[in-house]
Design a protein around this ligand. Structure first.
Ligand code: AMP
Length: 226
């Protein structure tokens, strides 16, 4: 069964870090819509020009644009064996579109990384990322990026006023996805408030458990169809 994973959770929950680790461990691509948009901004493409101001304010890029980006990306051959989506869907309209894109594919495994709201502002405003490759600084004492040697910078949208707006946008537009997905047998919540290694272990266990559940459902459907 393909590992079609969606990582939910507020900004600062650690979705990107955990998605990176899980995707690398399982040999499937991590698809981060934030990364795709930041690359477009750096490249100065039409998409980048349109997205830049919206991102700087902490608001959401339009659903149609985002759905188009993800449709194209999921159609690429490397996503056939599975993927980890980080930062998409962020609205109910995007989640509905993703369900439509999944027609004929294995079911989505949806994991919510839960972190207390009061911890998020501190996590985000102290976050530093490599200006060259985007990797998160893993420790405040890390002087240069361990992957490429690049210098660490603060993301423009990790400034405190933008962080507060992003958290409001999350509460308004994205948190409703917990109701949208919450009753599915392949939905799992993972406590993201712990050390990264503990979160990674819990996340992998939750995903494997959800896959087993999906496979049982599959077998049951086949039995009923006999
Ligand atoms: P992220 O790196 O996931 O925190 O995303 C950074 C910014 O990119 C967000 O604050 C949004 O402005 C934009 N963005 C990323 N993914 C989406 C999405 N699925 N829908 C709308 N905007 C998005």
């Amino acid at each position: 069964m393909a590992l079609n994973v969606v990582m939910l959770g507020p900004p600062g929950a650690g979705k990107g870090t955990q998605a990176d680790r899980f995707a690398a461990a399982r040999g499937i691509p991590k698809i981060s819509t934030g990364d795709i948009l930041r690359e477009a901004v750096q490249a100065g493409s039409e998409l980048g020009r349109r997205a830049q101001a919206i991102m700087a304010r902490g608001e959401l890029v339009g659903d149609d644009v985002m759905i188009g980006i993800v449709r194209e990306r999921l159609a690429r051959p490397d996503a056939a064996r599975g993927f980890v989506l980080d930062g998409f869907p962020r609205t109910v309209a995007q989640a509905e579109a993703l369900d439509a894109l999944m027609a004929g594919r294995d079911p989505l495994i949806v994991v919510d990384l839960a972190v207390a709201t009061e911890d998020l502002v501190g996590r985000l405003t102290s976050r530093r990322v490599c200006g060259a490759c985007g990797t998160n600084r893993s420790h405040p004492a890390e002087a240069a990026c361990g992957k490429c040697g690049g210098a660490f910078v603060q993301r423009a949208d990790d400034a405190e006023d933008v962080v507060r707006e992003r958290l409001q946008v999350y509460a308004r537009n994205t948190r409703p996805l917990l109701d949208f997905y919450g009753k599915r047998p392949t939905f799992r919540a993972v406590d993201g408030g712990r050390a990264p290694d503990a979160v990674a272990a819990a996340l992998a266990a939750a995903i494997d458990d959800a896959v087993a559940r999906a496979q049982q459902g599959d077998e049951r459907r086949r039995e009923l169809a006999r």
